[in-house]
Design a protein around this ligand. Structure first.
Ligand code: NAP
Length: 249
C-alpha cells in the first residue's frame, strides 16, 4: 500500500464522524473508523465506506465499544496491522443520556462518562504510544459548547465534555516535545441524529441564542477538523476551538 497518512475517527458511521471521515479522505488520508451498532452490514457503515472510497483512499472499519480499554487496544492493534501508522486521531464518538439531576439514574451518569470521557482516554492512551514512536501526530477530541456553558438536563454529558478539555490540555503538555499536537473542538448545536429529538420549538429558541442565526451542519465541524489536523495548524496545541456560530459568547 502506498505510504499515505492515516486518520482514525471514532464513531465514524454517522453524523459529525461520517463528515470528518469524508473530509479527511478528500485530503488524501487513508481512513479507519469504528462504530458500535450492528456489524459490517450496518447500512451506515456501508454508506460511509462507499463515500470514503470515492476519494481513492483505503478504508478500514471495525465494530468496537470504546468504553472498553481491552477492546479499544484490540481495535488499534488491528488498525496498525492494516495501515502501519496513525497520523491523526479524532475522538468523535459520544452519547447523551439526558435527564434532570434529581431524575438521572446512576447508570445514565456512568454510561455517558464511560463512553465519552473514559472512551476518549482509552483511545488517547493506545494512540499516544503509536505516535510517540512515530514522533509526530495530531489528536483532536470532540467536546461541546456545553462543557463551559452547561445545559440543564445534561450534568453527565457536560461533565464528560469538560473532562475531555482538561485531559487534552494535560496531554498536550506531555506530548508536545515529541511533535504531537492535542486539541479539542467544541461544537454548538449541529444537525445530527443526536439533536433530532429536539422539538421545532426548542430548535427555534436555540437559534435565537446563536449570533450567526442558524444551527451548524456536520461540514462546519469537519472543515475545522481538516485545518486543526493539518500542517498549517502544527503550532497549535492544548487549545479548544469553538465551532458554534457564536452561541457560547
Ligand atoms: P451521533 O450522530 O449520535 O453519532 C454518534 C457516533 O458515535 C456513531 O457513529 C456511533 O456509532 C458512535 N458511538 C456511540 N457510542 C459508541 C461507543 N460506545 N463506542 C464506539 N462508538 C460509539 O453523534 P453526533 O451528533 O455526530 O456527535 C458526534 C460527537 O460530537 C459526539 O462526541 C458529540 O457529543 C459531539 N457533539 C455533538 C453536537 C451536536 O449538536 N450534534 C454538539 C456538540 C458536540 P453507531 O452508529 O454504531 O451507533
Amino acid at each position: 500500500m502506498e505510504q499515505r497518512k492515516v486518520a482514525f475517527i471514532t464513531g465514524g458511521s454517522r453524523g459529525i464522524g461520517q463528515a470528518i471521515c469524508i473530509a479527511l479522505a478528500k485530503e488524501g488520508y487513508h481512513i479507519g473508523f469504528n462504530y458500535v451498532s450492528g456489524d459490517e452490514t450496518n447500512p451506515n457503515v456501508i454508506k460511509t465506506k462507499q463515500l470514503i472510497e470515492e476519494y481513492g483512499v483505503e478504508v478500514f472499519s471495525i465494530k468496537t465499544n470504546i468504553a472498553s480499554f481491552k477492546d479499544t487496544q484490540i481495535m488499534f492493534d488491528e488498525v496498525i496491522k492494516v495501515f502501519g501508522r496513525i497520523d491523526v486521531l479524532v475522538n468523535n464518538a459520544g452519547i447523551t443520556k439526558d435527564n434532570l439531576l434529581l431524575k438521572m439514574k446512576e447508570e445514565a451518569f456512568d454510561e455517558v462518562i464511560d463512553v465519552n470521557l473514559k472512551g476518549t482516554w482509552n483511545c488517547m492512551k493506545c494512540v499516544s504510544k503509536i505516535m510517540l514512536k512515530q514522533r509526530c501526530g495530531s489528536i483532536l477530541s470532540m467536546s461541546s459548547v456545553v462543557a463551559l456553558h452547561g445545559n440543564a438536563g445534561q450534568v453527565n454529558y457536560c461533565a464528560s465534555k469538560a473532562g475531555i478539555i482538561g485531559m487534552s490540555v494535560a496531554l498536550a503538555k506531555e506530548l508536545g516535545t515529541r511533535g504531537i499536537t492535542v486539541n479539542t473542538l467544541a461544537p454548538g448545536f449541529i444537525d445530527t441524529d443526536m439533536t433530532q429529538g429536539l422539538s421545532e420549538e426548542i430548535k427555534q429558541q436555540l437559534v435565537k441564542q446563536i449570533p450567526l442565526g442558524k444551527l451548524g451542519n456536520v461540514e462546519d465541524i469537519a472543515n475545522a477538523v481538516v485545518f486543526l489536523t493539518s500542517e498549517k495548524a502544527k503550532y497549535i496545541t492544548g487549545q479548544t476551538i469553538y465551532v458554534d456560530g457564536g452561541m457560547g459568547l
